[in-house]
Design a protein around this ligand. Structure first.
Ligand code: FAD
Length: 388
């Protein structure tokens, strides 16, 4: 077993680190304060190839032998500087582009994937609704087929990353409300929220963290979806959604690891600098124990992410490994952010230090792409032999 990153992945990792340090960090404080989304950063990430690691060349990517590992490593590097700015890996590649690649028609692939990979189009994916979160199959949004093959869609999606900036994205909705079991009536669509009539996007302005990542609602009022918007077959939406989550969850786990690294870096630096009782606080065993816990959890989380990514790179399914990685990395990130806050004492409470941002953003990992409880349901399902 080799724990060194393959050379092509290491080069991309260095590129992501440079990008984060040179393009995100310099304006980060101001951007966080003003909740600024900078579209040009997404385009620059596209130019650097961050959205093409698992996408074949003919659709604008450069499918790498270790494309999933590369996506995870880039996600980690971006999140090490900014959790907000690590989201585009999911919003462009792991969510819409990869799902269209897997389930889309040749026409859909050619139409959307290159634009998502280059950053010309901003992507999104929409399953969550005001009364539908963990229980995805309980969604109410429906798309009714018309005589000409098009669909008329009504419903409301909420907490959608990129909702009001997205050019193209995935929508999950019921096309058959009588199907038994109900999830067999769900279908997936590729939509163009800005261009198609009947789709309204409303930003969610007040949120707890991820200040530079746009989040909003998508309202569908007799929205007309062309027949060509259907992704895959009718009735296969739930399966497509679960497949999408296997990808977006992996990148989410990697982002949590990146944020954990940021906590560790900040805590180590501060513990070596800050003096109390005549010594650096890092000389005290209780602070050392905090750092040791953070370090051990961080390393374990990273290896779990690598394990899941390497399985995907071998062409294997990694639902269980991805859930384990996402659950563990999210909990480790929140723990690390909590400990960082403690190590910084009163300075941790000041917005001049990153501790508050790290803690706020870390909490998102326990929620998005399935909460920690949902990951435990999946993990225990495998462990108890109820899933295979
Ligand atoms: C910043 C941010 C960005 C997001 N981006 C997107 C996006 O781009 N697209 C999208 O579709 N969604 C997005 N979401 C929504 C996110 O996926 C959901 O919030 C998440 O799936 C949880 O759903 P919920 O909030 O409705 O919680 P609920 O499902 O209502 O859960 C509430 C609590 O109950 C627990 N719970 C629920 N069911 C069970 C059970 N059976 N057993 C044990 N515990 C249970 C949960 O773990 C949780 O603690 C985003 C959310 C946030 C915060």
């Amino acid at each position: 077993m080799n724990f060194e990153l393959p050379e092509e992945v290491e080069l991309l990792r260095q590129s992501a680190r440079r990008f984060a340090e040179e393009k995100i960090k310099p304006t980060q404080d101001e951007d966080e304060k003003n909740h600024t989304f900078r579209p040009e950063l997404v385009r620059e990430m596209g130019e650097l190839g961050f959205f093409g690691t698992v996408i074949p060349e003919k659709y604008g990517g450069f499918e790498m032998e270790h494309g999933f590992l590369a996506a995870a490593v880039v996600s980690m590097e971006l999140a090490r500087v900014s959790a907000s700015w690590s989201l585009p890996i999911n919003m462009q590649m792991m969510g819409p582009a990869l799902t269209i690649l897997r389930f889309g028609s040749e026409e859909q692939r050619r139409e959307y994937i290159p634009k998502l990979v280059s950053g010309e189009y901003f992507g999104c994916f929409a399953m969550t609704e005001p009364n539908t979160g963990s229980d995805v199959a309980s969604m109410k949004t429906h798309a009714d087929k018309q005589a000409d093959g098009s669909y008329v869609c009504n419903g409301q999606k909420t907490w959608i990353s990129n909702a009001h900036v997205a050019d193209a994205g995935l929508l999950y909705a019921y096309t058959d409300r009588e199907a038994k079991p109900r999830h067999r009536g769900m279908s997936a669509f590729v939509i163009e929220p800005k261009r198609w009539d009947g789709i309204q996007a409303i930003p969610i302005e007040e949120k707890f963290g991820l200040y530079c990542s746009p989040t909003g609602e998508l309202i569908f009022e007799d929205a007309k979806l062309p027949a060509t918007a259907l992704l895959g077959e009718e009735g296969k939406g739930f399966k497509i959604c679960m497949s999408q989550l296997d990808g977006t969850r992996l990148s989410c786990a990697a982002r949590a690891v990146g944020l954990g690294q940021a906590c560790l870096d900040a805590s180590v630096e501060y513990a070596n600098e800050r003096k109390q009782f005549g010594k650096p606080i890092g000389d005290f065993q209780m602070v050392q124990a905090q750092i040791a816990d953070m370090y051990a959890e961080h390393e374990a989380a990273k290896l779990l992410v690598y394990q899941a990514a390497l399985r995907r790179d071998k062409g294997e399914r990694a639902t269980r490994e991805t859930s384990v990685a996402k659950f563990f990395a999210a909990e480790a990130a929140v723990h690390a952010a909590n400990e960082t806050m403690k190590i910084f004492g009163s300075y941790g409470f000041s917005n001049e230090y990153p501790c508050g941002r790290l803690l706020r953003d870390a909490k998102s990992y326990q929620i998005v792409e399935g909460t920690s409880n949902v990951q435990k349901m999946i993990i225990s399902g495998y462990a108890l032999g109820r899933r295979s």
